[in-house]
Design a protein around this ligand. Structure first.
Ligand code: PLP
Length: 381
């Protein structure tokens, strides 16, 4: 059996007629830039997230960058985020000229370790970017409380968490503003690049609308120095077709995660922990093992594709050598980077395929006499 890591073809096959029609409609209207579908998607997505407004942009990275710019964050400012994230979170901070200040993550949730937050806050700190990694919301209440006390903005990196809940509220409605990515493999993916800013702050959204569109509200009247970071109409049209399916797709991901959890119980691996404050949408299903590289190779021989999210923490990337961090600074992120393995996960993944993946892991565990990774205690509320 061949089990791919994701299967975008299977999803397209299930919505082909509607997608093709939506694309044909854009071609008929020829409103390729900031067309009808962009506004339609923005209002549908804002409503879905339980927030007042959404602004479509050209990537998740741009969404983060434009939020920082719209808050006037730049040189001399510090923005706190985690060492265990996709590089775009940190690149958005350096793009505006601010300094990224990293903190470690909690070993159980792989999300921001709130205990470490206060000790890195300085007079230069302007914002905190918690990342809802793997589809699971960060522990937002203590983060918001600290942010309120020190008068900091909270910007959610919700690029992996479309539709996830934190204490009954959707990701994207929890902080001051949120960034979403519609990169094709995300839970809600376009057929190319795309992103959105979601917020209840209408002034912020207005500034971002100007920033994404060369500083103009009215054609050729440029109020501020803007950029070109618009969401494509064709992508918005695809997203309009996909959004109504998102909850069903996320529910399928949760069923698959539950099946993995049940079948993997008893094997010497750590399965994802879902604290009671969170309803994860399992953008990724990530296990931990002492013999990650060997297990990944073994699964490949069985025809099973896996991923690493992420093999190198941000502070050890060559690109960020100038931040002055060194190995050992974020021990949890460093340990996770050598133990994590992302198993195949997409809504159309069949129960037989999940069984096959777990059978392969079981065979590996027997073959190499795999030992259980050190289990840590649950932190939080
Ligand atoms: C995907 C992703 C981004 C950036 O998304 P792009 O649309 O590819 O720019 C940012 N942060 C996280 C955590 C992501 O997973």
């Amino acid at each position: 059996m061949e089990v791919p890591f994701v299967d975008l073809r299977a999803q397209y096959a299930s919505i082909k007629e509607d997608v093709d029609e939506a694309i044909a409609n854009v071609l008929a209207r020829v409103d390729f830039v900031l067309g009808e579908a962009v506004a339609a998607f923005e209002s549908a997505f804002a409503e879905y997230c339980g927030a007042k407004t959404a602004v479509g942009v050209d990537s998740g990275y741009s969404a983060l960058e434009l939020i920082l710019r719209a808050y006037g964050i730049g040189p001399g400012d510090e923005v706190i985020t985690v060492a265990n994230t996709f590089v775009a979170t940190v690149l958005a901070i350096t793009a505006v000229g601010a300094r990224p200040i990293l903190v470690d993550v909690d070993p159980d949730t792989c999300n921001m370790d709130v205990q470490q937050l206060e000790r890195v806050i300085s007079t230069a700190t302007r914002a905190i970017i918690p990342v809802h990694l793997y589809g699971q919301p960060a522990h937002m209440d203590p983060i918001l409380e600290i942010a309120r006390y020190y008068d900091l903005r909270v910007i959610e990196d919700a690029c992996q968490a479309h539709g996830a809940f934190y204490k009954g509220k959707r990701a994207g409605s929890l902080g001051d503003a949120a960034a979403f990515s519609f990169y094709p493999a995300k839970n809600l993916g376009a057929y190319g690049d795309g992103g959105a800013v979601v917020t209840n702050d209408l002034d912020l959204a207005d500034r971002i609308r100007l920033l994404r569109n060369v500083g103009q509200r009215v054609k050729y009247r440029h109020e501020i120095k803007g950029f070109n970071h618009r969401l494509d109409t064709l992508q918005a049209a695809v997203l309009c077709v996909k959004l109504p399916q998102l909850d069903a797709w996320n529910a399928a991901r949760r069923r698959i995660a539950e099946q993995y959890n049940q079948l993997l119980a008893g094997l010497p691996v750590i399965t994802p922990l879902e604290p009671d404050w969170a309803t994860s949408v399992y953008h990724l299903y990530v296990i931990r093992t002492n013999q990650r590289d060997e297990m990944q190779r073994y699964l490949r021989e069985w025809g099973i594709a896996t991923g690493l999210h992420y093999p190198t923490p941000v502070h050890l990337q060559p690109a960020f050598a100038d931040l002055g961090y060194k190995p050992g600074d974020f021990p949890v992120s460093e340990r996770l980077s050598s133990e994590i393995l992302s198993l195949p996960m997409y809504p159309e993944l069949l129960p037989e395929a999940v069984e096959y993946v777990v059978e392969a892991i079981g065979a590996f565990a027997t073959d190499v006499q795999l030992s259980h990774p050190a289990v840590t205690t649950v932190t939080g509320d």
